[in-house]
Design a protein around this ligand. Sequence first.
Ligand SMILES: Cc1cc2nc3c(=O)[nH]c(=O)nc-3n(C[C@H](O)[C@H](O)[C@H](O)COP(=O)(O)OP(=O)(O)OC[C@H]3O[C@@H](n4cnc5c(N)ncnc54)[C@H](O)[C@@H]3O)c2cc1C
Length: 544
Amino acid sequence: MPETRFASSHLDETLRRDASRSLTPEQQELLRPFGTIRTYDANTFLFRAGDESYGFHLVLEGEVAILDQSEDGELLINMLTENAFLGELGLLSGQRPFLSCRAELPTKTLELTAEALHEVINQISEIGDIIVAAFAARRESLMATASSNVTILGPEASRDVTRAREFVSRNRIPHQYLDTHQPDGAAFANRLGLDLGTLNVVMRGTEVVARPDNPGIAYALGMALDVADGTQVDLTVIGAGPGGLAAAVYGASEGLDTVVVENTAIGGQAGTSSKIENYMGFPTGISGRDLAYRGAVQSVKFGARFAAPRTARKLEVTDNGYRIVLCNGNDICTKSIVIASGVQYRRLPLEGLESFEGAGIYYAATDLEARFCKNTEAVIVGGGNSAGQAAMYLSRHAKHVHVVIRSGGLAASMSDYLLHRLENDPRITIHTQSQVTALHGTDALSAITLTTKGTDQRIDTRALFIMIGAAPFTEWLGDRVSLDNRGFIQTGEAVGGRSPYETSSPGIFAIGDVRAGSVKRVASAVGEGSVVVSAVHAHISDNT
Ligand SMILES: Cc1cc2nc3c(=O)[nH]c(=O)nc-3n(C[C@H](O)[C@H](O)[C@H](O)COP(=O)(O)OP(=O)(O)OC[C@H]3O[C@@H](n4cnc5c(N)ncnc54)[C@H](O)[C@@H]3O)c2cc1C
């Protein structure tokens, strides 16, 4: 008998309730004009995992099984009957399905295309809220139960493996990870004849993508989101961190045809923070990933579209706005642009650094990196709030945590509440006037040299976190907008902007961390992303 995995104990009551919502007969009546009646014989598939596209189905009669199919057989995730509906968040954002759906009895459904579903969500909020909450909860449940459909396979210490795991988990893709240096992983790899020493991504138990890069993984998994070449929109947002997501929520909800371009993962820097404690409304904190996820769901609900993972490479002026060229060569023609591309971490000038990145050197401290701290001391370089948060978090996982700073103290760079916690935690040592001066190890990091006022000491560690701030990546903009001497985008009156967030080019706005003079915080990026939309409206109405 297949196991029913949906009733997972990982899921809290609210999630379970939201995931299994159904529609009342009155709500079903409202839905009918948007869909088409379909009938299925017993044992036929409504859609299968990996299909190019699929629709929303409301079950009117019969019974539908939701299945996780792999070479080991199939696992029954849930059984849906009358009044229940099929679908998951990916349906709204154009992803392929992760699971298969089969009629177990002769079945009748009302099928809506993804476009029709968007119309329903926009027009009938009572139904839209139920569907969006169910879709989001179902994605959460898929993450919690780690579908066997996607397996990341390879040695734990490999940087490619770390990169791939980080990419799928930051993108909330249901997956399992198997270490090929452990019996389970080795057996799995041997069964498929795969090299134990490299990264492989396996789908549906047998389809192998060898050594993929991140866009390669996205494509293989069907999670890549694209907009057609030459797409014309009102607003293009570059970057899906908190600022970009806020601009997308406000832009799409206020009727602007909005596309968001993101090159890595929804959430930006905030997506790598294990707990944001100072964002208003979350007294016990919220993980950056959850916060961003909510924003992404909200923007998709209002009709925003995403191109991800895609990098904006070039900006050109056209007769009625701008053309943005993406890394795959596709163009977006847009009346306005909000640049919310944030900043990227700085590296340390240490010999061998690159070869240890992902294999002992990390730039974020999420649950993924925390696992690498088991049974080892962790070293964090940096004195800002992100370093402080990482120290608090990692001290629960590592044997001991060392915080390394060049200056004589943390008071000037870290919030008081964090500094106080660090100083009072016996699992954390703060090394002032110190620097990491050498890295040691062969395939992976095994130790560092710490130099304090000219004296060297060796610390055995398999986990070095570099958190020394970040710089904007704005070269791709050419001379289209004026930058300050550190590459941050200047906005406002001083450069000819007609509003506080407009750059030196009309219709191009910059918000969040990438903007010169901004406060580098989640709340300020969200605030700027929200208010910039009124200036976007003003620009569009002045120019049409
Ligand atoms: C570990 C950590 C902990 C933090 N903790 C807190 C906290 O507790 N409280 C707080 O207020 N702040 C915190 N911050 C700071 C906060 O996360 C940032 O201020 C905030 O994320 C800035 O948002 P943003 O939208 O401007 O940019 P980002 O979050 O940097 O997002 C920018 C996005 O744009 C993408 N991008 C860049 N260039 C391109 C391109 N050319 N094409 C497509 N996409 C592109 C990037 O990949 C990224 O996803 C923390 C930061 C870190 C790193």
